[in-house]
Design a protein around this ligand. Structure first.
Ligand SMILES: Nc1nc2c(c(=O)[nH]1)N[C@H]1C(S)=C(S)[C@@H](COP(=O)(O)OP(=O)(O)OC[C@H]3O[C@@H](n4cnc5c(=O)[nH]c(N)nc54)[C@H](O)[C@@H]3O)O[C@H]1N2
Ligand SMILES: Nc1nc2c(c(=O)[nH]1)N[C@H]1C(S)=C(S)[C@@H](COP(=O)(O)OP(=O)(O)OC[C@H]3O[C@@H](n4cnc5c(=O)[nH]c(N)nc54)[C@H](O)[C@@H]3O)O[C@H]1N2
Ligand code: SF4
Ligand SMILES: [Mo]
Length: 721
């Protein structure tokens, strides 16, 4: 490994991050390591899959010449990708070759969070980590906590050897709730799972409600189908507090207040009932709880919902007419609308709509939140929960990591972070940072880059990227299985997550044969034999699941009753309302004179959560952390575009640039995310303001249920950049 030799010369003194440049700028790749898709004398292409947390899960083709990636493009043969990648992943080679890539294991050499590290060998790092974990596990393994999310969505690098390791150890379990559990579980209680329309049939719909989704930014390949529908005469309606780039391109924009979607959905039901735009036969045969839901919906005339949602009554009436009278009508729901207290109920209310009108009868009718429940993934084989051997460790909710790290009664003594950047992405960062600062907390971070979280590590272990490791992927926006074959040798001393957990397992003395499975064996075990076309997967890099075109045309919902459950006995048994209802925000708009503005923090188009924030060409497009604010709210505070503002509430304060924007409605401000704290104006990001409160269903985060006040920062305090 010539790279490592060169590095050991370069990296002699303790490192000061993030400013120090600790990597050689020129990237030297070794030879390609895997079977190519096509080959010529010195150049070949390799099939891959985009690993990012995005519904599109694109098929990639990497062209490799002399061991160096020279081109990355979308696979034109994969119909969902259609040869097109988003701006972010078009820059994946830039990200891969980035001078900030971590290429050497490092040990902390200064105070926590100072970003001071010294290089160590893999053996030294792994021996010490294993020894520390062993000694903690000897007292109580539950004091050890894994923290991971969807930095890669891959089944192998995201949820295989890592889970086996922590199961065998008996570590605390992590409730991975930070994104989708409110809506996901709500769909489970209503439709029976993360199931719904096939994305490709949206192109045949005549009405599409794009609900809580900025599709152009975060679901580009769905947007292609919506555009095709529009060209064929469909009407597109965007339901979103923010006038997004997607709303700009729709026929209609319903700019409701955050957290009021259930009220809107119930008012739509009210109108469907009042005008008898109902499919009585479908309701009778394939739904449960119609009489109760009818009763509930009749309490929500549009006039009432208009007050709650902060939109004109006439707009609700018109939307209901369009939904009740246009066939086929499709709803693209996304997770943006469920990051509030009532997110679960809201998703349930929306999930009921297509059964009322019988929209499911047509393949271009229904609703899609996530398609991931349709994959026959063998998670027991990948994750081996049997290694718990009857133990039932406590579960930590990842949303509440701030509180959990500061809980002295139930201490966390070691945290192993991978595929996630919690210091930037978890809510209530003031507490998260305080937790990570604990001198008595042993923190290991597996990362590709020196993130905000890596700054607090005791050991930073350099991770491979998607171009450098094996994986196999499901998708939550389409229904193909995707294979990722490594195109390049790992950069420097970077190693895959699976390699690290295999090595740790060996050092811990875990003797089960499953700890020796290599990555290709893990790929092979992800789907039960015969459930997918493995030959096609390996030949083309993708294979399509065999699924019906209109999944619920004849009912057959995967619920306990086999029907669309308007009324859920399961929820009622949990002490919850069995019917969907409007559940007010934890911090309802208008409830506080001190914090009169509702803040949402949706994704910036050129970042993917906190990934890509360090890629200069993309960061330059986004500029700086921004707060979009309506002209009236700005004027009453004497704020002008470009000015630095203080955004604050009882949890904290964050400074950023104001942009007086037509995208904001009165009363709602948008702090686009998710910036790295250390690249922001004052070393914070929007999560300094968000809370650790949970959703009604699914124990999810409430990032968009957050009241703040905004004021101009005194001129002398405005930091330059
Ligand atoms: N470019 C880019 N793409 C991404 C991501 C990214 O960060 N950047 N994130 C990825 C991830 S992690 C996910 S989970 C998926 C889905 O990602 P989501 O986070 O759901 O992203 P969006 O589709 O942008 O949807 C958020 C939209 O919901 C709106 N919204 C906020 N509050 C409410 C509300 O109360 N009601 C309604 N109706 N709308 C509301 C926001 O203004 C925003 O436009 O996308 C993925 N794709
Ligand atoms: N305010 C606010 N906060 C939010 C949201 C919001 O809308 N507003 N959205 C929330 C949502 S929906 C989500 S999903 C979460 C996302 O939060 P995270 O899942 O933490 O996502 P990222 O910020 O992209 O961080 C993923 C990290 O994994 C690393 N990584 C990628 N691949 C690998 C690998 O193979 N190995 C290892 N070891 N590391 C790898 C990347 O370098 C990156 O730093 O954030 C949530 N936080
Ligand atoms: S981030 Fe999404 S749109 Fe971009 S390449 Fe990956 S899967 Fe495709
Ligand atoms: Mo997410």
């Amino acid at each position: 490994m010539e790279n490592c030799l060169r590095l050991s010369v370069i990296v002699q003194t303790p490192l000061r991050l993030p400013r120090a440049r600790y990597l050689d700028k020129k990237t030297t790749m070794d030879t390609a390591v895997a079977s190519p898709a096509t080959t010529s004398a010195d150049q070949h292409t390799v099939h891959g899959a985009c690993p990012h947390d995005c519904p599109d899960t694109c098929a990639l083709i990497t062209t490799v010449k002399d061991g160096v990636a020279i081109k990355l493009q979308g696979n034109p043969e994969h119909s969902h990708t259609a040869g097109v990648l988003c701006t972010k992943v078009s820059r994946y080679i830039e990200r891969n070759n980035h001078e900030g890539r971590l290429v050497q294991p490092m040990r902390r050499s200064g105070p926590k969070g100072s970003g001071q590290f010294e290089p160590v060998s893999w053996d030294e790092a792994l021996d010490d980590i294993a020894a520390r974990l062993k000694s903690l596990a000897g007292i109580n393994p539950e004091t050890i906590v894994p923290y991971s999310y969807a930095g890669t969505m891959g089944l192998v690098q995201g949820e295989s050897m890592d889970r086996r390791f922590f199961h065998k150890l008996g570590a605390s379990l992590l409730d991975r709730t930070i994104c989708s559990t409110a809506g996901g579980e709500a769909f489970g209680f209503t439709l029976g799972g993360k199931v719904g329309m096939r994305v490709e049939f949206f192109s045949e719909a005549k009405l599409i409600l794009i609900w809580g989704s900025n599709s152009i930014a975060s679901n580009l390949h769905f947007w292609r189908h919506a555009q095709a529908a529009k060209r064929a005469g469909a009407r597109l309606v965007c339901i979103d507090p923010r006038k997004t780039e997607t709303a700009d391109k729709c026929d209609e924009h319903v700019a409701l207040l955050p957290g009021t979607d259930a009220a809107l959905a119930l008012a739509l039901m009210h109108e469907l009932i009042a005008h008898d735009w109902l499919d009585h036969d479908y309701i009778a045969q394939h739904t449960l709880g119609w009489e109760q839901l009818r009763e509930r919906a009749l309490h929500w005339p549009p006039s009432r919902a208009a007050l709650v949602c902060g939109v004109p009554e006439s707009q609700i009436v018109e939307l209901a007419r369009a939904y009740g009278t246009t066939k086929p009508a499709a709803i693209r729901l996304n997770y943006g609308m469920q990051r509030v207290h009532g997110g679960g109920n809201a998703a349930r209310a929306v999930a009921c709509l297509p059964a009322l009108t019988g929209a499911w009868r047509h393949r271009a009718g229904g609703v899609l939140l996530s398609s991931s429940g349709q994959y026959p993934i063998d998670r027991a084989a990948l994750q081996r929960p049997d290694l718990l051997a009857g133990r039932t460790p406590r579960t930590i909710n990842m949303v509440k990591i701030g509180d959990a790290l500061l809980d002295n009664a139930n201490p966390i003594n070691a945290l192993v972070v991978y595929n996630s950047n919690p210091v930037a992405v978890a809510p209530d960062s003031g507490k998260v940072v305080k937790g990570f600062e604990r001198e008595d907390l042993f923190t290991v971070v597996l990362e590709q880059f020196q993130t905000d979280t890596a700054d607090y590590a005791d050991y930073v272990l350099p991770a491979t990227t998607q171009l450098e490791h094996w994986d196999v992927h499901f998708s939550y926006g389409h229904t193909d299985v995707m294979l990722n074959t490594p195109a390049l040798a790992p950069r420097g001393q970077a190693r895959s997550n699976t390699w690290v957990f295999r090595e740790l397992a060996r050092r811990m003395g875990f003797a089960e044969p499953c700890f020796s499975d290599d990555d290709e064996a893990l790929v092979a075990s992800a789907f039960p034999a015969g459930s997918i076309d493995t030959e096609e997967l390996h030949a083309k890099g993708f294979t399509t699941l065999a699924l019906p075109q209109a999944p619920f045309a004849h009912g057959n919902f995967p619920t306990p009753s086999g029907k669309c459950e308007f009324y859920s006995a399961q929820l009622a048994a949990m002490g919850q309302d069995g019917l969907p209802d409007h559940v007010a925000n934890h911090e309802p708009f208008g409830s506080s004179a001190v914090y009169p503005l509702a803040m949402i923090s949706p994704p910036a188009r050129n970042f993917l959560n906190s990934s890509f924030v360090n890629v200069a060409s993309l960061r330059n497009i986004e500029g700086e952390p921004l707060l979009e604010i309506h002209a009236d709210d700005a004027a009453s505070r004497g704020i002008e575009s470009g000015q630095v503002v203080r955004v604050f509430n009882a949890r904290g304060e964050h400074r950023c640039r104001a942009e007086v924007s037509r995208r904001a409605r009165p009363g709602v401000v948008h702090g686009l995310g998710i910036w790295w704290r250390k690249l922001g104006l004052d070393g914070t990001n929007v999560n300094q303001l968000t809370s650790q409160q949970l959703t009604d269903i699914g124990r999810g985060p409430t990032f968009y249920d957050c009241l703040v006040q905004v004021e101009a920062a005194p001129a002398q305090e405005a930091p330059g950049r």
